[in-house]
Ligand binder design. Sequence first.
Ligand code: ADE
Length: 421
Amino acid sequence: MDTSGPHTVADISLANAGENRVVWARSRMPALAALRAATESEKPLEGHRIAGCLHVTKETAVLIETLRAAGAEVSWSGCNPLSTQDDVAAWLAREGYGVHAWYGQTTEEFYQCIDRTLDFGPTLTLDDGADLIYRIHSSFPELAGGITGGTEETTTGVHRLRTMAEAGELLYPVIAVNDAATKWDFDNVHGTGQSTLDGIIRATSVLLAGKDFVVAGYGHCGKGLAARARGMGANVIVTEVEPLAALRAVMDGFRVMKMDEAASLGDIFCTATGMKDVIVGRHFELMKDGAIVCNTGHYDCEISISELEERSTGYLTIRENNEAFQMEDGRTIHLLARGRLVNLAAAEGHPSEVMDMSFANQFLALCRLASEGSNYDNRVYDISPEQDSKLAALKLETAGINIDELTPEQTAYHSDFSAGT
Ligand code: ADE
């Protein structure tokens, strides 16, 4: 471990490799670059200390340097024990950021790292999963008074924060970055869809064509994953608990059934629900020999690993992020990435092109909190439709794509309710 500066990273000598990755990501994140260029001189985040708890990846590094360019001091930890890209963390450390993260942390180390990011008394927080903000509320509530606001990146975290707000326990305002259309229609659908398959393939090299691929959950992430698995030739089965989501999956042409039924049919299982105990002991008992099981939801509670362990005589690590559990009856079940999000643990997370929009939203939300947050109530705020629209326009512009504009006559028609047949 390297602690030679205000950082804790695995190996600072990886910094050059990390730099190459960051250069690559930067070149694919033009919306964030445009926001950086537009704000670098006025420094809207000047005087702010931002504590972030979000996967330490090459894309996150680009966000972090953008926050610094806008005037903020930044301190960072990863939001998952198995998602930090150690070379990127090393580069951030070499650049003088207070980064505390490495791949393969224990739960205790994970929280120690979060706590280190709080040492400088943050004025803004940025979360992916709400662990940082919950840590402040539960262990360091005295810090909340100095915090103008926070942002939250993911569905699971927004759900947690809305529940805290409803219980009257939220100590400062939060912006739900996840709920922006320019976040979830792209990052959750296209990002999770592609990177989850990337993680499964890196951990197994399995052929998807012709396989029965079970997707648990048909929210934005499950939807993106199901579409891409089908695109690779898999026969996709969806399991759901929400009637509307299940009906969408049916109309999108997928087989929909209970996990109890899918368990004996699937070759590959991936959970994307945000709920615990989606695949449990009785499902492992029904699975085929060689079945592959993984999760792409935020927390590692979707697959009951303890119930898999109870039914097996042991496991063999056959390659990185792929453990073969020997079942008592002779079958083998492969668990990927210990049930943690397979797209970040076994691959590199979402591609830079979609993180560009998610992180442009993060950047704009933090600037909004810096200028207006002290007038906000302690509740969860949404990204405005105007921000969504502006960001979509910026993303198109940076891609060199032009779209039509309404003529004055069309604009008038739009608001003319007398026009009909
Ligand atoms: N979440 C999913 N993919 C990510 C990435 N590439 N960087 C940061 N957070 C992510």
